[in-house]
Design a protein around this ligand. Structure first.
Ligand code: ADP
Length: 475
């Protein structure tokens, strides 16, 4: 344990505070500071005071400090990954990948800082000029989830800092250590005190109120559930903050009878079972064309049978514990209710003998759309399989949800691919691809899956405001 927590050792206390546990075995990793609402309000003022000097540096200067941060994150890749696995249970290979993915946002936005262009527009009058400048929006706050404890922070904080904002982030109660490690490395990299602060707490609602209602904060960014996102968006309305919300999904994964089945199985495995099924872009509903259903299920089942369940820190494990027992209870509830309504278990279908937080990788068939599992985010290693006959039918079923984050489909027919890309009401569509996340593309959803985009050139805009200046008297 000492080895795992060495990077954050100075943040760990012995007594009361926020207790961090390892979901793999329930052991205690340590205790960190439990911030109060009034501590948080002071931190907001610290962020505000730090803003002027940070914003007035050149973009090139901010970029070079961010690149130091990026390099330090990668230098500590193994330590950070061990910390992530210890507090959220993610298999270690995936945690190593998350560190690289998280660092990629810091690098990308360091580069983008230098391209925060404005505009000079053709004027409406001969003696006037129109200039549009892009400026840092102000102090930024963010609340992040436990399923990507590192990358969800850098995806928000790197563009904020690149734009010249200062930022406060409240990580999830389950995963404060990775966040604190990032803060430590940021300071080491030369990011000044007060520019990036991590607020750890046992009381997300009170701290969340400060981070969404404080008038000094101009922008709020959230990744988490739709239910909490709606509450936080409403809280932001009082001071008219700009918001980004990356919320829940109910991703369809569609396989047509003209698909490359090998590719579809490979995509299904990664889209469904990555992070033990706990991502907002995980395939939640598999729609398989009736003519290939049996073959697809048999092949998926063979691949699932080969997954190794266990403590994520052990080599070769691809399915770790869920975040905690409550997470496993939720998955068990959805599966049990589907089974009692007539679903068939192809493989799995119950808790894993390894412990209370573990659930067996599962495949269910014979499902219908009235079952709770069809409309809820499963957030566990359970593939729920439905069938369809026609393209029109599957488009209707795929779009029949209030969510609109990620969708996937497999087909080798070019015309169909273009029709499907247009027809799916989602912010992101994977065409013959089961994973889409990259720092260079815009990540985000439509409908109740959220507003705003993260990553790419669009990700920087979220942390800026446009200012239009009309320069008159030129003749
Ligand atoms: P999940 O179900 O994935 O845990 P949540 O939306 O509950 O998703 O949590 C995501 C983040 O939102 C976490 O950091 C959590 O602490 C925070 N959170 C949960 N409820 C509130 C709330 N009422 N106010 C502010 N933050 C909250």
């Amino acid at each position: 344990m000492r080895a795992v927590t060495k990077i954050v050792s100075e943040y760990l206390g012995r007594d009361s505070g926020l207790v961090v546990t390892n979901p793999a075995d329930g052991s205690q990793l340590g205790t960190v500071r439990d911030w109060t609402a009034s501590d948080t309000a002071s931190a907001v003022m610290t962020a505000s005071a730090a803003m002027n000097s940070w914003r007035s540096r050149t973009a090139k200067d901010r970029a070079s400090v961010l690149m130091n941060w990026h390099d330090l994150i990668l230098e500590h890749q193994n330590d950070l990954a061990a910390l992530t696995t210890a507090e959220c249970g993610k298999p270690i290979g995936e945690s190593i990948g998350e560190v690289a993915y998280g660092a990629s946002f810091v690098q990308w936005f360091a580069e983008e800082a230098k391209r925060m262009y404005g505009d000079v527009m053709p004027s409406h009058a001969a003696n006037k000029q129109i200039m549009v400048m892009r400026q840092a929006i102000g102090v930024v706050s963010a609340i992040t989830p436990w399923n990507f404890p590192l990358a969800m922070i850098t995806r928000k904080i790197a563009p904020a800092l690149a734009a010249g904002c200062t930022a406060l982030v409240k990580p999830a109660e389950a995963t404060p250590l990775t966040a604190l490690a990032l803060e430590k490395l940021a300071l080491e990299a030369g990011i000044p005190e007060g520019v990036f602060q991590v607020i750890t707490t046992t009381d997300p609602a009170s701290i969340g109120k400060v981070l969404t209602e404080h008038p000094v904060i101009k922008k709020f960014s959230f990744t988490g559930s739709t239910a909490v996102g709606k509450v936080l968006a409403a809280q932001c309305a009082g001071t008219m903050k700009k918001i980004s919300m990356e919320l829940g999904g109910n991703a369809p994964f569609i396989v047509f009878d003209d698909a490359d089945i090998d590719a579809a199985i490979e995509g299904a495995m990664i889209s469904k079972y990555r992070n033990t099924g706990q991502t907002c872009v995980c395939a939640n509903r598999f729609f398989i064309h009736a003519d290939i259903h049996d073959e697809f299920v048999a092949r998926l089942s063979a691949a699932v049978a080969a997954l190794k369940v266990g403590d994520g820190s052990e080599a070769g494990v691809s399915i770790g514990p869920l975040i905690n027992q409550v997470g496993a209870d939720k998955v068990a509830g959805l599966v049990d209710s589907a089974i009692s309504a007539g679903a068939r278990v192809i493989i799995g279908g119950k808790r894993h003998s390894y412990g209370d937080a573990y659930y067996e990788p599962t495949i269910l068939t014979d499902l219908n759309h009235d079952m709770e599992i069809a409309s809820r985010e499963i957030f566990g290693p359970v593939a729920a399989i439905y069938t369809f006959q026609s393209e029109a039918e599957v488009i209707k079923m795929a779009n029949d949800t209030p969510y609109g984050l990620a969708a996937y489909f497999y087909s080798r027919d070019l015309g169909r691919c273009f029709r499907m890309m247009e027809a799916l009401d989602y912010g992101m569509v994977g065409v013959n691809e089961g994973v889409m996340s990259t720092e260079v593309a815009p990540f985000g959803g439509v409908k109740e899956s959220g507003v705003g985009r993260e990553g790419s050139k669009y990700g920087l805009e979220e942390y800026t405001e446009l200012k239009y200046c009309l320069i008159g008297g030129l003749t």
